[in-house]
Design a protein around this ligand. Structure first.
Ligand code: NAD
Length: 367
């Protein structure tokens, strides 16, 4: 069930075109700070309920990154693998046309599951405004995913948090869960800063070697063979074992709910930087923090993507994007970890306190 509170959602728009099999929706959680920002996911089971939770997370993420955006999210209910590319084109084009009443004024879209830059090109053209979405192809002024803005931001969050947690990044041991867009870029930048990548996992399993892996070889193997794990000749471990490895830093960058209640006592990492969304339920984050683990929550650590979207939205280039991601993520990580220490609350609670205050202030100003 969609939960309504003083922050939102402000608007839920459902669209239906039975002729082409389009059933979709957009949840605009908050426009207090600017148009609602959030991607569109295309999955058979996507629901208003799921999308409204993601829209709320976007409200907090954009407020914490101090961007002039609110939070929103969209969904199209269809199995993308069961339709032709022409049908997919039609669905995105029609969806975009039906959203013209809210986009770009109240909703700025972006890619999400099964929606990429190709679909954003269709969306922008059907809407008629380049400001209706971000994540467009480079030829349309887009800042592509392949630049690795989120992984770059995760690296900067790690750098600041390591200092606060008393970990010297040079020589620190790191485990990276997932070696896709977020995980591979985070690992690359961490290795370049002198950290030792001792464990990496992906869909094919987990490899762990306390001596550390050669990052260039890992990236090359991923490019050439489709999986970094194919680099390794040692024993491949079950993925879940990554949570209890004896490492200084753990970077979750794949699935939600990576760390479960039974894992909390086995976590040895001194620092966890959340590259993926909700890898640990908030109540478990609190338990880990009480046990002495420093955690940079997803709404701070993986905001590089939305910061990059903002730079695209204002017509900025790659250089501006990297600069803004570094500055915002470093500053925000420092603020929430310091607030957490000062107030004796776990980092996500500190982050939410700041986000709520910023949204409330914007609401008061708009009155
Ligand atoms: P991706 O599809 O590029 O990569 C996902 C990686 O996870 C792949 O290497 C895959 O093999 C691996 N994987 C899948 N299941 C796994 C498992 N059970 N154990 C270990 N590895 C597994 O995805 P991405 O863009 O890197 O996103 C990763 C996470 O970060 C997602 O939760 C996503 O929502 C979140 N996120 C991504 C961005 C972004 O800009 N890409 C921004 C914010 C949040």
């Amino acid at each position: 069930m969609v939960e309504f509170d003083e922050f939102g959602p402000e608007k839920i728009l459902q669209v239906h075109n039975p002729k082409i099999g389009l059933k979709g929706f957009v949840v605009i959680d908050s426009t207090a700070r600017g148009p609602g920002k959030g991607g569109i996911r295309m999955t058979p089971g996507v629901s208003v309920d799921e999308v409204s939770k993601l829209a709320r997370a976007m409200t907090w993420k954009t407020a914490l990154a101090d961007l002039p955006f609110g939070g929103a999210k969209g969904g199209i209910c269809v199995d993308p693998h069961a339709i032709t590319s022409a049908q997919k084109y039609r669905l995105v084009e029609t969806f975009s046309k039906m959203l013209k009443c809210i986009s770009p004024c109240e909703y700025v879209s972006a890619p999400d599951m099964n929606i990429g830059e190709k679909e954003m090109e269709i969306f922008a053209k059907a809407n008629g405004s380049m400001k209706s979405c971000t994540g467009k192809p480079a030829k349309m002024g887009g800042l592509p995913h392949e630049l690795g803005s989120t992984g770059f931001g995760v690296f900067h969050a790690t750098k600041i948090a390591a200092k606060q947690a008393g970990i010297n990044l040079e020589g620190a041991t790191v485990a990276v869960e997932g070696f896709g867009n977020v995980g591979s870029f985070a690992a690359k930048y961490l290795a370049e800063a002198g950290a030792k990548i001792v464990a990496v996992s992906d869909l094919h399993g987990l490899m762990h070697d306390p001596k550390g892996f050669d990052i260039k070889k890992l990236l090359r193997t991923k490019d050439e063979k489709g999986s970094a794990i194919k680099y390794y000749e040692g024993k491949i471990l079950p993925n879940h074992e990554i949570v209890s490895l004896n490492v200084d830093i753990l970077v979750p960058a794949a699935i939600p709910d990576l760390i479960l209640e039974n894992d909390v006592m086995n976590v040895k990492a001194k620092l966890i930087v959340e590259g993926s969304n909700i890898p640990i339920k908030p109540e478990l984050e609190k338990m880990l923090w009480e046990n002495g683990t420093t955690i940079v929550p997803d709404i701070i650590a993986n905001a590089g993507g939305v910061i990059s979207s903002y730079v695209e939205y204002i017509g900025g280039n790659q250089k501006k994007m990297f600069k803004m991601v570094e500055e915002k993520i470093s500053e925000n990580t420092e603020i929430i970890l310091k607030t957490s220490l000062k107030k004796g609350i776990y980092p996500r609670a500190a982050a939410l306190e700041i986000a709520k205050k910023r949204v409330e202030q914007a609401k008061t100003k708009n009155k």
